[in-house]
Design a protein around this ligand. Sequence first.
Ligand code: URA
Length: 209
Amino acid sequence: MSQLHVINHPLVQHKLSIMRDKNTGSKDFRGLLKEISLLMGYEVTRDMPLEDIEIETPICRTAAKKVSGRKLAIVPILRAGLGMVDGLLELVPVAKVGHIGLYRDEQTHEPVEYYCKLPDDIEKRFVIVTDPMLATGCSSSYAISMLKKRGCRKIRLMCLVGVPEGIATIQRDHPDVDIYIAAVDDHLNENAYIVPGLGDAGDRIFGTK
Ligand code: URA
C-alpha cells in the first residue's frame, strides 16, 4: 500500500494558509509554492540511496557519502505542476526535468495526453511527479501510468492540497507510489474543485483568468 506523507511542518502550513487566501496575488503565490516545494522536497528525497566514497579534506583523507546511481527526475503535470519545479531544482540542481501535458476529454472525462517529453534515461531515475491539486486523482494516476510504461519503477507524487477521493485513486491504481502532500482537505464540489482548497492553482500561479 502506498504511504501518505502529510507534511505538517509549521512553515509549510503557514505558507499554505497565505496561498489559500484569495487576496494573495500571483507573485506571492508563486514564491510561496516554490518555498513549500523546497521544504517538501527535503522529505520526498529523505531516503534516496547513498554510497560510500573517499575524499580528501584540507586535513586528511576520509570516508564520506554521495547520492548513488542515476539521480533525480522531476516531472510536472502541465500546467500547475510547473509551479513546484523551481523549489525542487533549488534543492537538487542536477535533476533533469520532464513534462507531461494532459487534458480531460469532454465526452469520456478521461485524461488524454497532448504532450510528453522526458529525459532519455528516465527509467533509471528516481522520479518525482508534481501536481499541486490532487482532486479526482485521474490525471496524476494517468501520468504515473505513462511513466511506468516507460520503465520507471521509483516514482513519488508530490502535491500541495488533496482530498480523500484523489488519494484513494492513487492508492488503488498505484499502490507502490507514495504521496507527499501538505494538506488533506474536505471534499470536491460539483465542479471538481477542492473545498476549501485554494481555487485554480494554474490560474493563481500564472495570473490567468
Ligand atoms: N485543480 C485546481 O487547480 N484546483 C482544484 O481545486 C482542483 C483541481
